[in-house]
Design a protein around this ligand. Structure first.
Ligand SMILES: Cc1cc2nc3c(=O)[nH]c(=O)nc-3n(C[C@H](O)[C@H](O)[C@H](O)COP(=O)(O)OP(=O)(O)OC[C@H]3O[C@@H](n4cnc5c(N)ncnc54)[C@H](O)[C@@H]3O)c2cc1C
Length: 494
């Protein structure tokens, strides 16, 4: 028999959703809150550890953002272009990129609580800095809705949350793997924990599940995400292997979100599988290859295969990895010329795997393509560009191609000035979209549509998104639903 222990609230996981839920529960009066993190202490923190954790939220404009950047000098801030990002903007983005499949009740709840969520983080002691921008004529243009991130990126955020949790007396147990959920579709009473020293049962009046997605399980990816998905490379935590999600489903939890869907991005083809390090400046993962909108991308046959300029980065990068995965060998090359590489945002592509040549045939040979085919692809693309439409790197400029498939809808500038560069990319998986169904009180619903008593969830374990997602919505979803989950769990009696 496993030994028995008790506490008030159990939080499964050690990522940002888990920390936020634990702090919210403690703030709402729960006395003994215990977080169970499967990873060892030196690897704690789930996906956020490998992310710069930008936040998308509704805000009033530059004046409100200024509150998050108190130390920035006024001259720098005056050059920022930051119009309001309204709840309608956010909701429209969520609805459009998920192809209207997102649950409208949860989407509205997320949008309406996004602003309060980030202000709560600030009140709790998280400090922020501004995102990178595209500089045009001395003015800084940001992706609307996603303009700030915690200082120190994801790891900075996690270390701060951990200090806050410690100061509130929240206990974090490492190498504490949840291996069973105690209860049924009616109610949950606790969990069984596997540690290097053995097993024990931990009972509580509520369990908040923040155990992440299943992206680090090649087997589950192959099972749910479709052909080739086991070849995806994991960008974040290798501990997000989906066993808790499977336990919840076995218990009777209802599922939601896109079970064949995942956030997947183009990453350096030489990147490792799992735990890809952050950049030195904390601004994103070192393997991210997100400047494709200024060039063209070709597959191993030398052909273009998607609209590289369909929309701003935020609205395309999370689905572009899947487009790369579908190519022969799950490989592609992003091509730029000497003019377009100058448009990369500061610090991007530093240390990237790269090939450079003075002619397209030479470049083709370097990357193993038939020179005449790559020359034809580039010539066709250049001929389809329209020099009369002005180029505007900071905005959707409508500078589109005509007469080729696939089209390029914006930023279609010719690839003509040597030296030319090729950056090989593959598909990196960030997190999965299929998960459990929750309501606006973060209660996990059973297959009968009734809440499973005592069970709450937040983060990637929740099924919410479909097809794609507007960049930086994951962290916002975490804070919004973790706050509710913590409050609701703390308020639960018996
Ligand atoms: C490279 C990268 C960049 C990203 N950039 C952004 C961004 O800029 N903005 C944004 O909004 N989102 C971003 N994301 C996505 C975002 O980080 C995730 O959506 C978010 O971190 C998920 O939080 P979570 O707490 O639900 O899951 P995770 O952070 O993955 O945490 C899950 C936790 O559960 C633990 N766990 C798993 N199984 C068990 C078990 N059996 N028992 C106990 N513990 C268990 C894990 O060890 C981990 O601590 C990025 C992700 C990556 C990988």
């Amino acid at each position: 028999m496993a030994a028995k222990q008790a506490c008030d609230i159990i939080v499964i996981g050690g990522g940002s959703a888990a920390h936020e839920a634990a702090v919210a529960a403690r703030e709402a009066g729960a006395e003994r809150v215990v977080m169970l993190e499967k990873a060892p202490k030196e690897e704690f923190g789930g996906n956020a550890r490998y992310s710069h954790t930008g936040f998308r939220f509704a805000y009033d404009g530059a004046r409100e953002i200024r509150e998050f950047l108190p130390d920035l000098d006024q001259k720098t801030f005056d050059a920022f272009v930051m119009p309001a990002y309204t709840r309608e903007n956010f909701l429209a983005d969520l609805t459009r990129v998920t192809e209207k499949r997102i649950d409208p009740v949860l989407a509205n709840f997320l949008v309406d609580n996004s602003n309060a969520g980030i202000h709560w983080m600030k009140e709790k002691g998280i400090r922020f800095e501004h995102e990178k921008s595209v500089v045009v004529n001395g003015r800084n243009y940001f992706e609307p809705g996603a303009v700030i991130l915690p200082i120190g990126g994801g790891l900075g955020q996690l270390l701060k949350w951990r200090a806050i949790a410690d100061s509130l007396g929240i206990e974090i147990r490492y190498e504490a793997k949840v291996c069973a959920i105690l209860g049924s579709e009616h109610a949950v009473e606790g969990v069984r924990v596997l540690t290097p020293d053995g097993e024990y049962d931990l009972h509580a009046r509520a369990v908040i599940c923040c155990s992440g997605g299943f992206q680090a399980s090649a087997e589950m990816r192959a099972k749910f995400l479709g052909p080739g998905a086991d070849f995806m490379r994991v960008r974040g935590s290798k501990h997000d292997t989906g066993e808790v999600l499977n336990m919840l489903i076995a218990l009777g939890a209802k599922t939601a979100g896109h079970w064949q869907g995942a956030h997947a991005t183009p990453i350096d083809a030489a990147a490792p599988d799992g735990a890809i390090p952050l950049r030195d400046d904390g601004h994103g993962n070192s393997a991210n290859r997100y400047e494709y909108k200024f060039g063209i991308t070709v597959n191993a046959l030398g052909q273009r295969f998607y609209d590289e300029g369909e929309n701003k980065h935020s609205y395309t990068y999370a689905k572009t990895g899947r487009a790369v995965l579908a190519q022969p060998g799950a490989l592609a090359h992003q091509l730029f010329d000497a003019t377009t590489v100058k448009l990369f945002r500061q610090g991007n592509y530093v240390g990237a795997t790269m090939h450079e040549a003075n002619t397209i045939p030479e470049l083709a040979k370097m990357i193993g393509l038939a020179p005449e085919i790559l020359v034809r692809t580039v010539e066709e693309f250049n001929a389809a560009c329209d020099d009369k439409i002005p180029f505007d790197p900071g905005n959707l400029d409508g500078k589109r191609t005509s007469g080729i498939t696939p089209k390029k809808s914006n930023w279609a500038v010719k690839i003509e000035k040597p030296p030319f560069r090729a950056y090989p990319v593959t598909c990196g998986v960030t997190f999965t979209f299929g998960g459990v169904k929750i309501d606006t009180r973060a209660r996990v619903l059973g297959v009968s549509d009734k809440p499973i008593r005592g069970l709450y969830a937040s983060g990637d374990v929740v099924g919410l998104f479909f097809h794609n997602y507007p960049g930086n919505t994951g962290q916002t979803r975490n804070v919004v639903f973790s706050r509710v989950a913590g409050r609701e769990a703390a308020a639960r009696n018996g």
